[in-house]
Design a protein. Structure first.
Length: 84
């Protein structure tokens, strides 16, 4: 069974979008084609800046919600530590 992944995209307007998927690259392509989340439409270019594996879909949702509650500064720091 595939791991669920939590990911963060940096949008062209300098906002951050957090989501979950089992295949982040395929999901990113959907976002880029305008077939992903409504939030990312028209906010390109989109750049993948964070990915974190979770053991289950429910764990991914919990982590996604925790990240969404973070400040932009906290999210940026999280992305920076992933990029290292």
């Amino acid at each position: 069974m595939s791991d669920w992944l939590v990911y963060i995209l940096k949008c062209g307007d300098d906002t951050l979008y957090t989501g979950i998927a089992t295949d982040v690259q395929a999901r990113l392509e959907k976002h880029r084609l305008g077939k992903g989340a409504k939030y990312t439409r028209g906010r390109g270019p989109l750049k993948l800046v964070f990915v974190e594996a979770q053991e289950s879909e429910s764990a991914a949702h919990v982590r996604e919600n925790a990240i969404k509650k973070m400040t932009k500064g906290e999210k940026t720091k999280l992305c920076y530590t992933w990029a290292k």
